[in-house]
Design a protein. Sequence first.
Length: 265
Amino acid sequence: MNYFRSLSFLFVTMLFGSQILAQAPDSSRIVRVLTYNILHGKTLKGDFDLDLIASVISKEKPDLVALQEVDYKTNRAKKYDLVTELGIRTDMSPLFARAMYYDSGEYGEGILSKYTFLSTKNHPLPFTEGKEPRAAAEVNVVLKSGDTIRFVGTHLDHEADDYNRFIQAKELDRVIRRDDVPTILVGDLNETPENRGMQLLFKNWERSFDDNAFTFPSDTPIKKIDYVLFRPAQRWRILEKRVIDERVASDHRPVLVVLELLPEN
């Protein structure tokens, strides 16, 4: 008799668990995330077209966008503050994080957000002498559910030698993984999944895509170097993931991931 009661309890438990997994997502906890290297506003047609880039972003209706290769009032970007211009065109709040001074202006990371910023921070990343400085832009926002999440966008070193990417990934993991705040880490990491910088990050961050979700170059992608990672694993559920087939606005394809923040317990 106890045996049958145990079987019944197990069946009910499994059924209840499957019902939880099948529950409709909570719209107040859904976050649409986009990462996009925008080639400092230059399209593959050779022109400077912020309206095209903005249309690519707006079409996906993201809540949070991380932009790489963002210029702030450089000569090559016609003295535009690119992230602010894109914020106006997409009706999102802009944030620029300088990695270095460049071309009579600045160069670094951009974030666009449908949420107001609870806090922001620019994390400089290590680099060896003679190489380009890199940075990570961090924002904390509050979802409609009342939960606070962290969103971080970055762009790691592009050189063939992976040493700078590795030390940047190590420092990024250290400063961002400092507590248990649910965090999404995205960007152009300039490294394919099998390399040591990514392998280091994969130890503590969950990947949202298979390794064959190629993102670069945009016309005929042959490798994956743009990522959406998250942690803690048990706090997030992937609802949608897509490499967007856009071949003109930049030399990278944008990556969209829709995540649901799950209750803590």
